[in-house]
Design a protein around this ligand. Structure first.
Ligand code: BGC
Length: 747
């Protein structure tokens, strides 16, 4: 009886929530109807106009007063925001509040690791918590919309914006994208600490040719649907992401800002999205440079008719839309639809009820709990690439440490790309953290050797070498300054810049064990430097708390547990080299001849007749999913509960994981699926699930995965998402290239 009562109460609560939210939605639509009926055409078009307010001037004030601005980006002083808001609410005829936006990519004041580093944590819970903190710090300044997460699948580390992405894999990007959206938006958008998220860049921006930013992409529809669109669909449907941003790249000749296929057919009709679509910075007027539009008026017409609601900064809408309507080229109902989306977002955010930011509240930015959360994410993001003779964690017998390198004490650079509000004065560097951690017990000798990553002046090498000679261990901090990755920072070579590699070589000559810690926004081609180092930790750009996080891992207070979210090439010429490529007709057997195996005057032949580079071999430097620990793990006993399944079943699979080393550790157990044969050539394997498992030395645990078979589908020959009958293989392991396998059939 009691149980039934509780169940009924539960159902009652669910019904109340459903009706409540339907009612609230209905209420919002009725309020929008009323507003729309009272607004002039000019005011409506004003809502679709987003302007930059880095340096607000009298012109901007007047535009707001005229009702010609719907949203402002890049202003962050809450006093100024309230002032601008007052003009919109009290002096403009329609009185519609402005929506303030800003890029908060990996933290507002407290800076978290770059998103690529966050993805390496394989810990969506931490990513969500970090985004929640970022939202709290953002919203307390009056900003309620941010342009994150970036969900571009990034398979080319030459592209500087790979730093802002979650890497090369669709599933990992889905999981991390959902986590970030949930963290930013909180439980309810109307909560004053919630910030509307923006899934960007829609679509294919990470696939620009040659990794050159702003370039073109060629992604056919099947690949678009299989690889690039799913993270967006999930972020919208499963996390309720409020907005979407169109990308700069023209894909197969069509800029997404004017693609009806993307913005109307897919986003609105297939996915039922009712949020706002915003352009990227001037990506509407840029369509003139693309040669896709004759002039800005043409650009406004094409963008709005495709389904782009709000234009960022290039003012094609505000300057040309009335004329376009008068000429019958754009229908007023198209404008109404766009404005409805914008007003709906403003209402969901509660801006009409609470347009202003309270100025008297104590700010939470940089609070201790925020800093500790940033440290935790950083710690989990570090990937241990090498640990010869268990050099790490540093032994208790160490009395003297040489700290070398341009990034050992670089508070600005460790924050990483696209940071506007985080302050270097608040950043804790490895050098400071080492001194704090070891106090008087260990002598820390600091000699940077180079003053910044691109520095080529070797004048201070001798001091660095002397320090290394005297020390028990050398910690070398090298990599990239923050400005070398991010937007418009594409690189043709991924070798270490400046004289960093030479510095490393000099240090190895001292014979002192060398630990190299790399801080970078992307994978670098560092095979030689890894070979020369005894241990290597990849720390990305780790953010405000990077220093203490690194020191905790090096000293053994915690342990490394990150896994690579992107394949590391040996040389740039191997790119693209992502793990989940389509099956090829002649895959390498890996026993074929390499460049120096070919005899002089060799007769014409196709050598091994397979697909590989003679000079770079068969493999990347490190595969996707790779990362060591201070302990070792053994996988055994893979078992599938049932190996004949239908598309509506769930695959249940178990594996035993054992900690075979002497220390505790956390392993990210990864599950990959291969469809062995299909109506279109399938990919070799794809990540479909992962789980982090903590184990004490000697401890074993059975890890169970339950995954719906419908997740193993593909976009078939008729461009339908289908799970095709036939044989599949599951692989479970610690990276994308090694694991236990088993087969099952879907009928
Ligand atoms: C970037 C976007 C960013 C926007 C606003 C553009 O240059 O591509 O990612 O959100 O600027 O700052």
């Amino acid at each position: 009886m009691k149980r039934i009562g509780l169940k009924n109460m539960g159902i009652g609560l669910i019904m109340w929530l459903i009706y409540g939210s339907l009612y609230a939605q209905h209420d919002i639509e009725t309020r929008i109807d009323k507003l729309l009926s009272e607004m002039s055409l000019r005011q409506k078009i004003g809502q679709m106009n987003q302007l930059n307010a880095c340096k607000p001037d009298e012109k901007l004030y007047q535009q707001i007063r005229n009702g010609e601005v719907g949203s402002i980006l890049n202003a962050e002083d809450p006093v100024l925001l309230n002032e601008l808001q007052k003009i919109a609410v009290e002096e403009s005829a329609a009185g519609i509040p402005l929506l303030f936006a800003r890029d908060v990519i990996h933290g507002f004041k407290t800076i978290f690791p770059i998103p690529l580093g966050q993805a390496a944590s394989f810990n969506p819970g931490l990513v969500e918590e970090g985004a929640r903190i970022a939202a709290i710090e953002t919203a307390e300044n009056g900003i309620r919309w941010t342009f994150a997460p970036m969900m571009d699948i990034s398979r080319d580390p030459r592209w500087g914006r790979i730093a802002e992405s979650f890497g090369e894999d669709t599933y990992l990007t889905e999981v991390m994208g959902i986590a970030m959206v949930k963290g930013l938006q909180g439980n309810d958008l109307s909560d004053p600490s919630s910030v509307a998220a923006c899934a960007k860049h829609f679509i294919g921006y990470g696939a620009v040719e040659g990794g050159r930013d702003y370039n073109v992409s060629y992604i056919p529809e099947r690949q678009l649907r299989s690889v690039y669109l799913p993270p967006f669909e999930k972020a919208l449907k499963e996390a309720g992401c409020a907005t979407v941003m169109t990308s700069f790249n023209a894909n197969d000749g069509i800029p997404p800002s004017a693609s009806k296929f993307l913005l109307t057919d897919i986003l609105r009709e297939e996915w039922g999205f009712d949020g706002v679509v915003v352009s990227d910075w001037a990506s509407v007027s840029m369509m003139v440079q693309h040669g896709f539009c004759e002039n800005k008026k043409d650009a406004a017409q094409k963008a709005v008719n495709a389904g782009l609601d709000m234009e960022m900064v290039s003012e094609c809408y505000i300057n040309h839309m009335e004329q376009l309507i008068a000429e019958g080229k754009v229908k007023e109902e198209t404008i109404d639809r766009a404005v409805r989306n914008i007003l709906r977002l403003k209402m969901r955010l509660g801006l009409f009820e609470q347009p202003y930011t309270p100025l008297d509240k104590k700010k939470k930015a940089y609070s201790e709990s925020h800093l500790q959360a940033a440290k935790k994410v950083a710690e989990e993001s570090f990937v241990l690439l090498k640990n010869q003779d268990d050099l790490l964690p540093l032994g208790k017998n160490i009395k003297k440490i040489a700290v070398i390198g341009p990034l050992a004490d670089a508070p600005h650079d460790q924050l990483g790309t696209w940071v506007f509000d985080g302050e270097k004065e608040m950043t804790r560097t490895p050098l400071c953290a080492l001194k704090e951690h070891y106090g008087n017990q260990v002598d820390i000798i600091y000699e940077a050797g180079l003053s910044f990553s691109r520095d080529t002046d070797t004048g201070n090498f001798s001091k660095a070498v002397k320090a290394a000679k005297e020390a028990d261990v050398t910690l070398l901090f090298i990599g990239e300054e923050s400005i070398l990755s991010g937007e418009a920072h594409s690189l043709a070579s991924l070798n270490l810049v400046g004289a960093q590699s030479e510095l490393l070589e000099k240090l190895t000559e001292t014979g002192t064990p060398l630990v190299t810690i790399l801080m970078a926004g992307r994978p670098l081609t560092i095979e030689k430097e890894i070979n020369l180092s005894h241990a290597v930790l990849y720390a990305w750009h780790p953010g405000t708390m990077g220093g203490p996080a690194i020191v905790d891992v090096l000293s053994g207070n915690s342990f490394p547990q990150g896994k690579l979210p992107v394949t590391f090439p040996r040389v740039t010429g191997q790119i693209p080299i992502y793990y989940n490529h389509e099956k090829i007709g002649r895959p390498a057997k890996k026993t074929e001849m390499l460049l120096n195996d070919i005899p002089p005057e060799a007769k014409q032949s196709s050598l091994g007749n397979t697909s590989y580079y003679l000079d770079a071999g068969f493999d990347p430097l490190y595969p996707f999913g790779y990362g060591l620990s201070y302990t070792t793990f053994e996988y055994s006993n893979l078992k599938i509960t049932r190996n004949k399944l239908s598309p509506s079943d769930t695959l249940e699979v178990n594996i035993t994981l054992k900690n075979t080393g002497k220390r505790e550790g956390c392993e990210t157990v990864q599950l990959y699926i291969s469809d062995l044969y299909a109506s279109v050539s399938p990919v070799v394997k794809q990540l479909k699930a992962f789980r982090k498992v903590w184990l004490n030395p000697g401890e074993s645990r059975q890890v169970t995965f339950e995954i719906p078979v419908r997740d193993f589908g593909l976009w078939d020959i008729n461009m339908q998402y289908t799970v095709e009958p036939g044989a599949f293989e599951v692989m479970i392991g610690g990276n994308s290239q090694q694991g236990e396998t088993a087969r099952f059939n879907v009928n």
